[in-house]
Ligand binder design. Sequence first.
Ligand SMILES: *Cc1c(COP(=O)(O)O)cnc(C)c1O
Length: 399
Amino acid sequence: MNNTVNYNIKPNQLGYFGNFGGNYLPEDLKNEFKNIEEAFNEAINNEEFNRELNYLLKHYAGRPSPVTFAKNLSEKYGAEIYLKREDLNHTGAHKINHSLGEALLAKRMGKKKLIAETGAGQHGVATATAAALMGLECDIYMGAVDIVKEKPNVDRMKILGANIISVESGTKTLKEAVDEAFIAYSKEYETAMYAIGSAVGPHPFPMIIEYFQSVIGREAREQFVEMTNVLPDCVVACVGGGSNSIGMFSGFLEDKDVKIFGVEPLGKGVKLGENAASLTYGKEGIIHAFKCLVLQDENGNVANAYSVASGLDYPGVGPKHCYLKEIGRVTYDVISDKEAIDAFYELSKTEGIIPALESSHAVAYSLKLAKKYPNEKILVNLSGRGDKDIEFVLKTKHI
Ligand SMILES: *Cc1c(COP(=O)(O)O)cnc(C)c1O
């Protein structure tokens, strides 16, 4: 009996998964990223580091998050649907898993400050939380437009003690925030650590983020087998930059009978600028110093990404997802704004769980899969809770 295949995929020495990934930073920063890689490899083999990380995940973040059998949804849609409850973590999403890891690593390297960018503010809040806990300074770069739009998260970050730096260039949103955060970091890297918010960026960050998020897949696999005695037939997660999904998928990549689905935001439609489905509509290119599938026009200019779920609207995507798509191990598909909002209400009303709009994309897709595979078991990663989205959703669609 052999139901496993070797999908234990690691980047090569230069940080590539196939054609994707790498590190296109200027030389001095490249050296610093080498230091980060060395510190990371040392840390994850260090008993003390792992003990501290596991302690925080359990006693601070609240892990393990449970797996919930969605009984009502299953009866209504046919298949058995299970939810991995990352929404129950401290701060309300999976991001705390990598933020705690990055902050611990920064401390271990003797850094005094975390620098991060944020769009909707979710990554900023998780980073500010970890910084507060570990006594690190925290500078969060955020577009001026986003600062107005995402006031509750800005207030949260301020309460947690972070400095918010308003970015006034270009469209004054996420892309410019990343650019300016990197400029600041390149002047301060001797005393500061960059805390990336997803499985993106130059090597070694995609590998580091996957490592810290792989706790999701490890737990989920064990919990699922304990509940059902078998593996799921389908595993589903939403893909923005790709951190919650790669964490979940990493637990199942080698189980060849498990079908794996990554769900991208179709937003308002298929036209450039209407969606943020980089794996589906992107072309190979370089964004923020790594190679991946990028949404771009015919001249190679990076397009604006859009989704109703602001945590998903990045025009690039993690390099390992690009590779998993290319080798056909994971199927990537899209869900529209409307389908996601419908699923937001459906899960709330049927199961009493209000999902984040990002996670609602994965829920919506699982309902489609349930119709296609009525006798199967589907495991969905519920990456976060929807409290942050309530005001917006009510304005968009009344109950
Ligand atoms: C940020 C966020 C995402 C998207 O980020 P990934 O790196 O693709 O996981 C998904 N869900 C929630 C709740 C988020 O906050």
